[in-house]
Design a protein around this ligand. Structure first.
Ligand SMILES: [Zn+2]
Length: 408
């Protein structure tokens, strides 16, 4: 295995989850009579550039299909986050009617709708047909392609050199990270700003968030690695902020290295120092994460077995990728968890990949009154607990498995 950034073969262990099907490959009822393809899910750290990454076993087309079912707008608080981002960036970088804003991985237009509302020209890049169609419904122009240097050149030639680019939760999802990052150096105006949000590896390790690992998630990013990768591809990191998303994310601000239009903030060195203090500069220390993942899995299985022995009914909320990683690593099937509820109508009536647990709409909770509800996307547990607060009527309790088992 070669590092996807520096080509080094000096790869060291980080996390081995055995194997799992692609986490967004939800199954129809008809598909249940057929087989599923499981791919190894093994993550390593590069001993040279410190990029944490999956080993590739299949092309990205395997993982991002036409039916890719994740619609950002289903998480209300994420849409609010996007609205505040647009307000903050407009003010900080003085965006106006002559500015150009591009979002890569624009999804269903959850963010660009706020740019459009301000009368600023915007364009989305989104390779997934179903979400691209939803963005067009909001009146947003979408280029339905994967992003990289070639597309960036094409956009610049069509008058889309950017004042601001946003790329949220996508940097970790690109197999060719060098081409992707170079694309932003190509796309930006000399004074332009590129922002990237991604889950912070530091939190993943500190909070035992092994369930953020899945095949579509090719890299697990520290600022240390991002700073190096950006520099090698024509971008300079000039600021960084932390956000609570996905259990603790970074928002990295970058500009073109050849323009250096923005001075480097002390925040950058502060986060780099935090990572160094946590041992992230020592590739040999990353292997300890495996034991943290196994501890979480064992406690979760023990809880499910106890419930089964005591006739306590268990269901789950949120048919998200995270949940599939946890359920498949733990080997959970529908005999231990009767159903999963999800807001997204496209997933309802289908089955979770691997575990084959049925996905239902929320009425199943009101009708079946499960005594325990496992919140699989623990990152939005507050929102879910509010939404489902009525389970207290039958003494129902909420359960989360990561970073450690809680029942309340
Ligand atoms: Zn490397």
């Amino acid at each position: 295995m070669k590092c996807r950034h520096c080509q080094s073969q000096n790869m060291k262990p980080f996390l081995d989850l055995g194997s799992a099907p692609p986490s967004n490959s939800y199954l129809t009822r008809e598909a249940l009579s057929g087989p599923e393809t499981w791919y190894p899910l093994v993550i390593r750290v590069c001993g040279d550039c410190l990029l944490v990454q999956t080993e590739d076993f299949a092309s990205r087309e395997t993982f991002f299909s036409e039916n890719y079912a994740y619609f950002s707008s289903f998480a209300t608080s994420w849409v609010d986050h996007a609205r505040r981002y647009v307000a903050d960036m407009t003010e900080r970088f003085g965006l106006g009617p002559s500015s150009r804003v591009i979002e890569v991985a624009a999804n269903d237009g959850y963010l660009l709708q706020w740019v459009k509302e301000r009368g600023i020209a915007c364009l989305g890049v989104e390779p997934t047909a179903s979400t691209a169609a939803a963005a067009r419904q909001k009146g947003i122009e979408i280029v339905e392609e994967f992003f990289g240097v070639d597309l960036a050149r094409d956009l610049v030639s069509r008058g889309w050199q950017a004042d601001l680019t946003a790329a949220n939760n996508v940097l970790a999802h690109v197999p060719d990270i060098n081409d992707f990052v170079s694309g932003f150096a190509t796309l930006l105006k000399p004074t332009g700003v590129a922002t990237f949000e991604f889950p912070h590896l530091l939190n993943m390790i500190a909070e035992a968030q092994f369930d953020t690992a899945y095949h579509e998630h090719y890299s697990y990013l520290s600022l240390t690695a991002v700073d190096r990768i950006f520099r090698a591809n024509g971008l300079s990191v000039f600021d960084v902020a932390t956000t609570p998303w996905h259990g603790g994310s970074l928002r990295v601000f970058a500009c073109r290295s050849d323009a250096s239009a923005h001075p480097r903030s002390a925040n950058v060195d502060r986060v780099l120092a935090e990572e160094a203090a946590a041992g992230l500069l020592d590739a040999d220390s990353y292997g300890a994460f495996q034991r943290a993942a196994e501890r979480v899995r064992n406690d979760f299985l023990e809880f499910l077995i106890d419930c089964q022995r005591s006739n306590i009914s268990v269901a789950a909320y949120g048919a998200a990728a995270k949940g599939n990683t946890l359920l498949n690593f733990a080997g959970v099937k529908a005999d231990m968890m009767s159903f999963v509820v999800d807001k997204n109508p496209a997933k309802q009536g289908q089955f979770m990949p691997g575990s084959r647990i049925p996905i239902m709409d929320e009425s199943a909770i009101r009708e079946q009154k499960p005594q325990r509800i496992v919140i699989l996307p623990w990152n939005i547990q507050r929102e879910i607990k509010q939404q489902l607060s009525y389970i207290r009527d039958w003494d129902g309790k909420f359960v989360t498995a990561v970073p450690s088992l809680t029942i309340d």
